[in-house]
Design a protein around this ligand. Structure first.
Ligand code: B3K
Ligand code: ZN
Length: 869
């Protein structure tokens, strides 16, 4: 029997200076109530904080308040100025004699000089905040940890002309005017919350208002706040918010709890959005949309992020995290919830394919590289570095596996129990799993390994058939690869949905079964199988694992056309494409026939949803092919993939033309069916161009010019940007000039060029970095060029190391402004172990240069030093 408890309980060694999850101690002082007064000004904002504090337990510890970058101007205890306080490191330490006191501090901060975009900062004339994870300490002194929950009342004072709108968490209480053109507003949030959920916004904003009547009949006032000129681009977000509110009532029984819910969009934001209680603050790219400027992908992402932040009101705000090691408690669960929401808005199959594609693009490489960490990490230097695909997306897969094992009814009972039991508290991942167990009666002891063991499990699956006996034998063996600090792993619990199909008739030989692989290996025998069976495994991607099966190209081709699970169908096609590309890369002898036949069959199947077809016929990305290989040869992978694209383009020329023309004409509509047609059209256009057809550039340019929406326009631009036709420069210029004053669209202009498959992309990226519109100060812009280039496997890995040098130069410069965003862009340099000696030496040299940079942030230091290994 496996000893799981020991594996979980033994603390691993951690680097000096790192914070360990085993160091958790309850807070020495609690803060039941917090009163904040802000005298707002971009250059100098005065913050007065009055904390009612109570001693937590029997101890004589002083009160320790976290701060960062400011100094106390005054400290008062119970209304009297005191001077026996001290500053230790960045903490303010105040000796207190009694069990309860009122502690008041005053500080002055400078929002306009805050380039890190953490704490209180200025974005295009709007003052706004970002506090998760540890930004509140940059605003005022406070026990800045998620398990100190406090009721906040806030007074905002500001110049009425410059900042006519004053917003904070909770419900508005009162407002009024003052002398000298100033005004004030009071906000009160009755729900105790951790400091990371604090928010305020002051600015000249317009609002798109709506309302929502909750299931118990309360009316909630909704507001989407943006610059006046952007109001017309907020309808989709408002609609998504209302849909999310109804969905959470229906699917999880969760009702909203304040009288108002506000969302503010700002242009300078370190990530997607933030779930501050009653006052979400968003990166404008996840709010603003109209058909002319936003793609279908943008529309989908806006709905998903609006839903995600709204769902946090319960999974994150009403129940928060005890400490930051529990981050996936709120993030993994909330991603799972937003995935369910999006699946319900259109095609669940396509949504699942997109989510798995994302997991494989971001999380699998993380799990296989130097920054691998468990869903519940063991230690960190800088918590901002742990907002990762592992915490979010693998975390969501863990919830999904539990939901699969429990079934819908027990899972809902378990989430009800969790929300009920931990409402108003700061909880742990363990608390969540315990609710899953209690509500279902299922033992999840071994399943908990998913929270503590990093690495993507690999499952070898082989199916044998003894025709005479009518017996099929499935052999499964799992292996979890070693990861940094975790060389040896124990077997995990893998729920695998399995089905068998007959190789001759194609009919189902068994009903779908849920197999739990919880040992190193297992053998499952199926009787009554007279026809030769084919294996459909990990249907719906029921476990986030890598399946290594010995299925032939013929079997994969068959499954790609006939499997009754759409994900399995897609997966069979992907496997076939991967096998073909890996063989072509290694052996250089491409055999395209099986893929061409399978793609042809998929295109010809009139019963399929075009959105599904578009996903199924797309080749795996260069980097996903690279991830399958011990040593990545970016040029060979690129050549193999381009050759296969060309073969598909040429040999299926008529079918691509037919698919291209199939989309019904008419003005833009955002609906699942219309999206599917547009998607397939752009994919078909890409294959027509790949075929080398003489009219491809003209066709793309015609689409570019005729488009009444950004999806078609950007689809055409992407195709043109990959080529050398004259239309390329023309389209890029038209696009730039048309959208010169729209930052979000200019981001697309940069990104499309940085992702280009042309030979000279590296040189173009270097030139674009000198373009007057390029700036590292805006995270979206930095990501659109530097981030996109790092994701372009072939261009970034130019053999002369120019890509590596460019990235390191940009990161060093960005780190001085915004360490959090710089650290996020580092991972492409950490792949050095997977490349040839020349490239890996060049990458290491850049990592070493970064680590040796004087004044480097903790954020970038942690990522770069861990990447060196
Ligand atoms: N909770 C925030 C992420 C905060 C990131 C801080 N570095 C948004 C979200 O996950 O919904
Ligand atoms: Zn989240």
């Amino acid at each position: 029997m496996l000893d799981v408890s020991q594996a979980i309980a033994t603390p691993p060694p951690h680097a000096n200076g790192a914070i360990s999850r085993y160091d958790y101690r309850p807070p020495a002082w609690l803060v039941p109530d917090t009163r904040l007064v802000f005298d707002l000004d971009a250059a100098a904002t005065r913050v007065t904080a009055t904390l009612s504090v109570t001693r937590n337990g029997d101890h004589d510890e002083p009160l320790r308040l976290d701060g960062a970058g400011q100094a106390p101007l005054a400290v008062r205890v119970d209304g009297r100025t005191v001077d026996d306080w001290r500053v230790e490191g960045e903490q303010l330490v105040v000796p207190l004699a009694g069990a309860a006191h009122s502690v008041e501090t005053e500080v002055e901060i400078a929002p306009e000089r805050n380039t890190q975009l953490m704490g209180l900062y200025a974005s295009g004339g709007i003052l706004c905040t970002q506090c998760e994870a540890e930004g509140f300490r940059r605003i005022t002194y406070f026990p800045d940890r998620p398990d100190v929950l406090s009721r906040y009342s806030v007074r905002l004072v500001a110049d009425a002309a410059r900042y006519p709108i004053l917003l904070a968490n909770g419900d508005p209480v009162d407002a009024g005017t003052l002398d000298a053109g100033r005004h004030w507003a009071e906000w009160n949030d009755p729900y105790p919350k951790p400091s990371y959920l604090f928010a305020l916004v002051a600015g000249d904003l317009a609002v798109n208002r709506g309302s929502f009547v909750t299931q118990s009949g309360r009316t909630v006032e909704l507001g989407i706040w943006v610059r006046a000129g952007d109001i017309d681009k907020t309808h989709h977000a408002l609609h998504a918010l209302k849909t999310s509110m109804a969905w959470d009532e229906r699917v999880y029984g969760r009702e909203y709890d304040l009288d108002v819910f506000n969302i503010v969009a700002v242009d300078d934001f370190n990530f997607g959005a933030m779930e501050n209680k009653g006052l979400n603050i968003f990166n404008s790219r996840y709010i603003l949309a109209d058909p002319d400027t936003a793609t279908d992908y943008d529309y989908d992402a806006i709905a998903a992020v609006v839903a995600h932040e709204y769902f946090h009101n319960w999974s994150g705000n009403r129940i928060t995290c005890r400490d930051w090691f529990q981050l996936s408690l709120k993030e993994g669960f909330t991603v799972y919830r937003d995935q369910g929401f999006s699946a319900d808005q259109g095609s669940a199959a396509v949504k699942r394919i997109e989510d798995v594609r994302g997991l494989r693009a971001a999380q699998f490489p993380e799990d296989a590289g130097p920054l691998a960490h468990p869903v519940r990490p063991e230690s960190y230097l800088e918590i901002s570095n742990f907002y990762t695909a592992t915490i979010y997306n693998k975390g969501a897969e863990l919830i999904r596996m539990m939901a699969t094992m429990l079934g819908p009814q027990a899972f809902r009972a378990a989430t009800d129990l969790y929300f009920d039991r931990f409402d108003g508290t700061a909880a742990t991942c363990e608390d969540f799993v315990a609710c899953m167990e209690e509500a279902s009666g299922r033992d999840l002891a071994q399943f908990r390994l998913w929270y503590s063991q990093a690495g993507t499990p690999r499952v070898a699956a082989s199916l044998a058939h003894e025709a005479g006996e009518g017996r099929a034998t499935l052999r499964l063996a799992q292996h979890v690869p070693g990861t940094p600090g975790q060389p040896d792993k124990q077997p995990m619990v893998l729920p695998l949905r399995i089905k068998l199909f007959g190789a001759e008739t194609g009919r189902a030989l068994i009903d779908e079964q849920l197999v739990l692989l919880d040992r190193g290996s297992n053998t499952i025998v199926f009787d009554g199988i007279t026809e030769r069976p084919m294996l459909s495994i990990n249907r719906g991607f029921s476990s986030p694992v890598i399946i290594e099966s010995d299925r032939s190209a013929a079997e994969l081709g068959f499954l790609s056309a006939h499997d009754d699970d759409p994900f399995a169908r897609y997966e069979a096609m992907q496997q076939l494409m991967l096998d073909t590309l890996v063989a072509a890369t290694i052996e250089g002898t491409p055999d395209h026939d099986a893929v061409v036949t399978a793609v042809s069959n998929t295109l010809a199947d009139g019963t399929l949803d075009p959105a599904f077809v578009a996903e199924a016929v797309l080749l795996p990305s260069d980097s996903f092919v690279g991830d399958q290989m011990a040593m990545v040869d970016p040029d060979a992978i690129f050549a193999a993939r381009e050759a296969l694209r060309r073969a598909l383009g040429k040999r299926l020329a008529d079918q691509w033309r037919e698919a291209y023309e199939r989309a019904p004409a008419g003005p833009y509509v955002y609906s699942p069916a219309a999206k599917g047609h547009r998607r397939l059209r752009s994919v078909a256009l890409g294959y027509i161009a790949a075929s080398g057809a003489a009219d491809a550039a003209a066709l793309a340019f015609r689409q570019f010019e005729a488009a009444d929406n950004m999806t078609d326009r950007q689809g055409a631009l992407t195709t043109l940007a990959n080529g050398h036709a004259d239309e390329r420069e023309a389209a890029l210029d038209i696009f730039y000039n048309r959208y010169a004053d729209n930052g979000l669209v200019i981001d697309k202009w940069f990104q499309t060029q940085a992702l280009s498959s042309r030979d000279d992309t590296g040189r173009q990226v270097a030139e674009l970095a000198r373009h007057p519109d390029f700036t590292l100060a805006n995270p979206n812009r930095a990501r659109s060029l530097v981030g996109a280039y790092g994701a372009n496997q072939r261009a970034f890995n130019a053999a002369d190391g120019s890509g590596y040098r460019f990235l390191a130069d940009q990161l060093i410069a960005l780190d001085r402004l915004n360490p959090q965003t710089a650290a996020k862009l580092l991972p492409p340099l950490g792949r050095w172990r997977r490349f040839d000696a020349n490239r890996s030496a060049l990458m290491r040299a850049e990592l070493e240069r970064i680590v040796a940079t004087p004044g480097l942030s903790k954020d970038l230091f942690e990522q770069a030093s861990k990447s060196l290994g």
